[in-house]
Design a protein around this ligand. Structure first.
Ligand code: 5AD
Ligand code: SF4
Length: 456
């Protein structure tokens, strides 16, 4: 019997890359590859790259440099190590990667993963292969999600939409992931049912612009994200639904209503605003202003009063003045976030903002970032502290930090540690929050408390 080939997939960047890496593992499993978590033990290493921020390509080249040493070692031992670069850097750089780093065998863009086996075969025959075509629905040509794994996490990702037509002036996504594509309804429902049958209790629907979802149903109608969520909520076992990332412009009435009507839809929404200054929002081509964002938040909170919000912010966008930055601080004060991602603006080649003349000095960016982060951290802490003493439902997801502990998630995406046996992973249980760490909460099972009372 020939020994199974091994693949090591290293994932950078967003949740969509995590999902894509899993799907590449599924398709490679069909080709006889078992997953390994060590590069030096692998026959194939896939770097699933991210291009959203600075020096992404440089990081990939230095990682390939390290892998080249392993490749040479393998060759000396009479083995072969193939190197594949996937993801958004692969899409952006294409053949350039092979020219600069000839140790790379395969370059495969995010829309071509279904062709990975053929591309690998081509590389074997021709030395190298590059595939960066845009396909309709790559997932149609791949085995069922999760097929490479024996057990699935109780909370899983499911990509429903890819690409973006918004063209924010700082962002590479419309170029690397291409135009907006929604996966057909039936494919998503099949995948969700399959995951639910295998014990998945929570789905995080993914898309670069997920709330712009408009997928074709079999009867010829076009479904919105709200419609899709309603259908998913009816699948037995799927008790929790989330989605990210959303654009404020695509937050339709029906989606707001879904937050009111669907108990399965968790009360935590990632809704990036990027800036609180109308001038900067216009320069970013965000297609919304601060007031309309605040009105939207108000409507969402009317629909779901316990809704918590997170966002993305960029400081130091070209031309951002002190006054513009203060507008951002004010907006954050007004919204009150449960958490947020904050970034210094970094020019991305090929995007309109990169060639803007009024770039903000690094020191100013750093100062603004620190102030914004301090404010958001304080809000996050206050949000977590408000949970103390409350009874909440958590989904038990995995072993906790200490033996005998499990880690679960609150409806608001907080990690909650609780004493409970491993066989309860996958259950939704009630806990009373009785402690708070830097990044997580501690809770006691309500049933446990009843028992303690009875004994006392
Ligand atoms: N510079 C800094 N942050 C960026 N983001 C996207 N492009 C850039 C850039 N050029 C941030 C945005 C986006 C998040 C995923 O990354 O805030 O919402
Ligand atoms: Fe990038 Fe998001 Fe803007 Fe699309 S909406 S261009 S993905 S920041």
């Amino acid at each position: 019997m020939t020994e199974a080939k091994k693949v090591f997939i290293k994932t950078y960047g967003c949740q969509m890359n995590v999902y894509d890496s899993d799907r590449m593992a599924d398709i490679l499993a069909r080709e006889g590859y078992a997953a390994t978590d060590r590069a030096d033990d692998a026959d194939l290493v896939v770097l699933n790259t991210c291009h959203i921020r600075e020096k992404a390509a440089e990081k990939v080249y230095s990682e390939v440099g390290r892998l080249r040493v392993l490749k040479e070692q393998a060759r000396a031992e009479g083995r072969q190590l193939e190197i594949a670069v996937a993801g958004c850097v692969a899409q952006a750089e294409g053949r350039e990667i092979i020219s600069r780093a000839p140790a790379v065998d395969v370059v495969v863009g995010p829309q071509s993963y279904h062709r990975l086996p053929q591309v690998l075969a081509r590389a074997k025959a021709e030395g190298h292969a590059v595939e960066t075509e845009f396909a309709e629905d790559k997932f149609d040509h791949m085995p069922a999600s999760g097929s490479a794994r024996r057990t699935l996490p109780v909370s899983s990702f499911l990509t429903v939409q890819e690409g973006c037509d918004k063209f924010c002036t700082f962002c590479v996504v419309p170029y690397t992931r291409g135009a907006e594509i929604s996966r057909p309804v039936s494919r998503i429902l099949d995948e969700a049912r399959n995951l639910a049958r295998r014990g998945v209790r929570e789905l995080m629907l993914l898309g670069q612009n997920v709330n712009a979802y408009h997928g074709a149903a079999e009867d010829g109608s076009v479904w919105s994200l709200a419609r899709l969520l309603r259908e998913l909520a009816a699948i037995p076992g799927l008790d929790r639904l989330r989605y990210m990332t959303s654009h404020p412009r695509d937050m339709g009435d029906d989606l707001i209503a879904a937050h009111r009507e669907l108990p399965e839809l968790m009360p935590y929404l990632h809704l990036p605003v990027q800036s609180g200054s109308d001038r900067i929002l216009a320069a970013m081509n965000r297609k919304h202003d601060a007031a309309s964002y605040l009105r939207l938040i108000e409507r969402l909170r009317l629909a779901r009063p316990d809704l918590a919000l997170s966002g993305d912010f960029i400081v130091g966008f070209p031309g951002e003045t002190d006054a513009d930055f203060e507008d951002t601080m004010r907006l954050v004060e007004e919204v009150g976030y449960a958490g947020a991602y904050t970034f210094k603006y970094s020019p991305r080649t090929g995007t309109p903002a990169a060639s803007h003349e009024e770039q903000v000095p690094e020191a100013v960016k750093t100062e603004r970032l620190l102030r914004l982060q301090a404010l958001i951290e304080a809000q996050q802490k206050a949000f977590n502290a408000a949970m103390l003493g409350r009874r909440i439902d958590i989904l038990l997801e995995k072993p906790g930090r200490l033996p005998g502990q499990l880690a679960g998630r609150s409806p608001w995406l907080q990690t909650v540690h609780v004493d409970a046996p491993a066989e309860r992973i996958g259950e939704i249980v009630s806990v009373v929050v009785d402690g708070m760490g830097t990044n997580s909460l501690f809770g006691t099972l309500v049933e446990e408390m009843v028992l303690q009372k009875a004994i006392a």
